[in-house]
Design a binder for this molecule. Structure first.
Ligand code: NAD
Ligand code: DAU
Length: 329
């Protein structure tokens, strides 16, 4: 199995999960180690995998790796919406050209391709409704990040239909868990509090996200790899919808602070209001269910992990906060 972006947050958890639960796979990771990639996420398993430091846009590197794999899972991406608002070029390059490069290699060499996508490709839902995204919701992305992910999904579908690439696709909701970069919402607030800073909430904080534990996401990807139908897309989520304010208040409570001990900062331009995935298809057709149904428990576990693993996140923290300071956030 070739795992691209396997030194990133979800990809590295996927490698660790696969080694623990699916020992039948031989694993090769391809990762260019951007600011978001870190080989130390794979410390425990480096001796059990091949690691190639390289770029998914580089056809010379990608070709032979795809040729020697039966299965490719593509996690490699630029993943942070705020960064895509500052400079969208790396998003267009990695998410679109990188996926294209992988698909061209798949077309030449054959094998199975699973593309990791996001619910952000569908745009957003109104607040105060129970409406959810389904696999047939039209794409309507809002940010340069989600537009580049939507483009990559379209390429996957086109290469499947026109060239017979054996592809599947999944669109997951917001992930949380160990080894997430401190630029993201949940780890930013936890590590702020550990470091004596106040959590920062964009705008009103009423925007809603559906929080899914990274291990549940990765178990769902394995369900698709073993039982999913070629050519199909699957939505993944937990049902745990919370406003950003509710999440921050929960973090403050679990860490022993007053519920109002946070700041409101300027809003993200074009900020999507609400995401929520209807997971009926993956639950009924592939018999996948999330294990982390209680978000409070998963969050408490995650806080514990960040408290115990300061060695891992502390080196990223100053640079991430400097980027936020430059945006006034
Ligand atoms: P991440 O930013 O933590 O990791 C991305 C990884 O890709 C890094 O290791 C980075 O070095 C690598 N990478 C970037 N550009 C590369 C290139 N050109 N060549 C090779 N490697 C490259 O991202 P993540 O949060 O782990 O997200 C992984 C995937 O899951 C992405 O496709 C993202 O869109 C999707 N996703 C993320 C979430 C979430 O909440 N984080 C939710 C749903 C879907
Ligand atoms: O829904 C899936 C997507 O989830 C993935 O495709 C993306 O890769 C991933 O980054 C995530 O995107 P979001 O933009 O939803 O996640 P982020 O962690 O950046 O922000 C979550 C919410 O919290 C969002 O409404 C913005 C808000 N926010 C974020 C930060 C960093 C704050 O209020 N304060 C903050 O400091």
């Amino acid at each position: 199995m070739l795992i691209t972006g396997g030194a990133g947050f979800i990809g590295a958890n996927f490698v660790n999960y696969t080694i623990e639960n699916h020992s039948e796979y031989e694993i090769c990771v391809l990762d260019s180690l951007t600011y978001a990639g870190s080989k130390s996420r794979l410390d425990r398993v480096l001796h059990r995998i091949d690691f190639v430091h390289g770029d998914i846009c580089d056809a010379e590197i990608v070709g032979p790796l795809v040729e020697s794999a039966d299965l490719v899972v593509n996690f490699a991406a630029e993943s942070h919406v705020d960064n895509s608002l500052d400079d969208s070029y790396p998003f267009v390059r990695t998410n679109i050209i990188g996926t294209y490069t992988l698909l061209e290699a798949m077309r030449r060499h054959g094998g199975r391709f699973h593309h990791i996508s996001t619910d952000e490709v569908f745009g957003d839902l109104p607040l105060e409704t129970t409406e959810k995204f389904t696999e047939s919701t039209p794409y309507n992305p809002s940010s340069p990040y989600s537009a580049s992910k939507a483009s990559s999904d379209m390429l996957v579908r086109a290469w499947a239909r026109s060239f017979g690439v054996a592809a599947t696709l999944s669109n997951c909701a917001n992930n949380y868990g160990p080894f997430q970069h401190v630029e993201k919402f949940v780890p930013r607030q936890i590590t702020n509090l550990i470091g004596g800073r106040r959590p920062k909430v964009y705008g009103t904080g009423l925007n809603v996200r559906e929080w899914t534990h990274v291990d549940d996401h990765n178990a769902a990807v394995h369900a698709i790899l073993s039982r999913g139908e070629i050519g199909e897309s699957y939505l993944i989520g937990s049902g745990n919808e919370l406003s950003n304010r509710q999440v921050v208040e929960l973090v403050l409570d679990l860490m022993g602070f007053a519920p109002d001990a946070y700041d409101h900062v300027p809003d993200r331009p074009g900020h999507d209001l609400r995401y929520a995935n209807d997971t009926t298809k993956i639950m009924t057709e592939l018999e996948w269910v999330p294990r982390y149904v209680d978000f409070r428990d998963g969050l408490a576990e995650t806080i514990h992990w960040y408290r115990a693993n300061e060695w891992w996140w502390q080196p990223q923290k100053m640079a991430a906060e400097a980027r936020y300071q430059a945006r006034g956030q």
